[in-house]
Design a protein around this ligand. Structure first.
Ligand SMILES: [Fe+2]
Length: 202
């Protein structure tokens, strides 16, 4: 029997009411994603510093997905959840996102909502499997079908559809392959902090 150990994980779902939430939010993205982030090594346009977007409809729909994510993993008891930054990104021809993670002491779960996404033509979101290089160095990738059969590859693409949402531990490094078309690939990204709820002293 073959067992996988030390796994990473991603929670994959679809945003409820995506069809009604998308049009106004996508219009906001086109209006506000105007700058490249100074600390990113890519041409993605973002509204990271903008306060001029109402995310309340998205957050109302997103909340049940967070609950489903917590239920799927299983929690140890009452927890506290804090919403960190929210921002949108626009990818057009030639844009990609370099490998990065979102991990800071202020957040430990991150998410991406694929607000406008065509899986046939748009750049693909992927995770980096940090451990794959050890298998390459040992020669095991040349012998075994590790990528095909065990999902042990250096880059692990996550196939998604328009309206999908993924949540994942913030420390997982990820990126986006090059956008080949001017089709306004658009994502909404954000960070959460989850921690055990403090019990009040009696
Ligand atoms: Fe990211």
């Amino acid at each position: 029997m073959l067992k996988l150990i030390s796994p990473d994980f991603v929670f994959h779902s679809k945003l409820p009411q995506h069809e009604t939430i998308k049009p106004p939010l996508f219009a906001d993205a086109l209006r506000t994603c105007l700058k490249k982030a100074g600390d990113w090594n890519c041409d993605v346009l973002t509204n990271r510093d903008s306060k001029d977007v109402d995310y309340s409809a998205f957050l109302d729909a997103f909340r049940p997905l967070v609950t489903a994510f917590c239920d799927a993993v299983g929690t140890r008891g009452p927890m506290e959840l804090r919403l960190g930054a929210l921002w949108m990104n626009l990818y057009n021809k030639g844009a990609w996102q370099e490998l990065h993670h979102h991990s800071t002491p202020a957040n430990n779960i991150s998410f991406v909502y694929f607000l406008n996404y065509n899986p046939d033509s748009d750049g693909q979101f992927f995770f980096l499997n940090e451990r794959s290089s050890h298998y390459s160095a040992s020669g095991l990738h040349n012998v075994f079908k590790l990528a095909e059969n065990l999902n042990i590859a250096e880059l692990v693409p996550i196939p998604v559809q328009d309206g999908d949402v993924i949540l994942f531990p913030s420390q997982l490094r990820h990126g986006v392959t090059m956008q080949r078309h001017d089709t306004n690939r658009c994502t909404l990204a954000g960070n959460l902090l989850v921690l055990p709820q403090k019990t009040q002293p009696e």
